[in-house]
Design a protein around this ligand. Sequence first.
Ligand SMILES: Nc1ncnc2c1ncn2[C@@H]1O[C@H](COP(=O)(O)OP(=O)(O)OP(=O)(O)O)[C@@H](O)[C@H]1O
Ligand SMILES: [Mg+2]
Length: 370
Amino acid sequence: MIDLINVSKTYSDGSTVLKNINLHIARGELAVLIGPSGCGKTTTMKMINRLLQPTGGEIKIKGKNIEEFNAVELRRNIGYVVQSIGLFPHMTIAQNVTTVLNLKGASPQDCDKKARELLDLVGLPPETYLTRYPHELSGGQQQRVGVARALAADPEIILMDEPFGALDPITRESLQDELLRLQKEMHKTIVFVTHDMDEAIKLGDRIIVLKDGQILQADTPEKLMSNPAHGFVEEFMGSRRLVQQPEMIPVREMMIANPIVCPPNITLQKALQRMQQGKVDSLLVVDDRHRLQGIVTALDIHRQSGETKQVQEIMVPPRMTVNSDDNLRTAINLMADFNLNFLPVVAGDDQVLQGLITRGSLVKVWAQTI
Ligand SMILES: Nc1ncnc2c1ncn2[C@@H]1O[C@H](COP(=O)(O)OP(=O)(O)OP(=O)(O)O)[C@@H](O)[C@H]1O
Ligand SMILES: [Mg+2]
């Protein structure tokens, strides 16, 4: 579907950021590009949709050199999602989602229908969200709109440049799940950039490791874990290959420390503000001694009226928790048995919050255990 053939890029200041890249991305594949900051990931994405031109080699889409396509047409047929979503602040969500469709000449009725369909697809009830403006949404919700917008024109190719990079672990987890679910139905060809190896392992059919403008390895997650072709790749995989006995690893070694929290007695309005500032969709509620009291989500708050209500009136107790001294096997079993996306980690009888385990943070041990 996408071929990069001997592609190089030297910027006008003389710096060569990509050196002779060869890469074939198959139709329906979800390929993840990963590598240290500045290694050329964004440059690669921008060359694929012709925002930048290679200085050497060629890029083909469906066997045809992209120079032969009309650039505007090409871009309209490639969905592009970036980290700082770039929704238009003065347009409603509906307008944001259907801009390209509109440009393509779709009728207002078709645009409306498509906007409803797409919001539904990404888990935002259209009745609530169609007429809202971007600043009225949490970071995670905005990112969902970004995904809906990229899907609007039904492109065959979607480029996603760190789309979930700025989100909290819980929101990130649920958007990753969403993406996998959508991809199962839609079979798009997706190039996904991330810094996060756990995300790469969870999402990628194939992971392409870039460093200093060169591809070090392009392989399935399993292959990368079992057979890193390069010292740097091995280092990058970190402990992911090494965990063979989850029974021996305490939960605290794998948890995310410092998840975003709030006290129980703040108003729903304050909680929403905190979510918006922290770009999160949910908060763990803790008391003044950091004991876990419950969880509140943006969706729960939107279902309420009366913004003077306090978080403690609507929060729900955590379905399950795990102790920081418990071993990973316990956490894995709990999450599997109760179908949990995340599991708060606590210590002591009074449940002092220590951190959070998400399905993503467990990916490291999946290869050996599932
Ligand atoms: N317009 C430009 N002119 C000169 N150098 C540039 C230009 N744009 C990017 N670069 C340089 O090219 C290199 C690759 O940049 P790129 O944005 O592709 O990296 P990246 O892998 O996406 O990094 P990050 O993970 O930080 O987003 C960097 O060293 C960057 O400074
Ligand atoms: Mg980048």
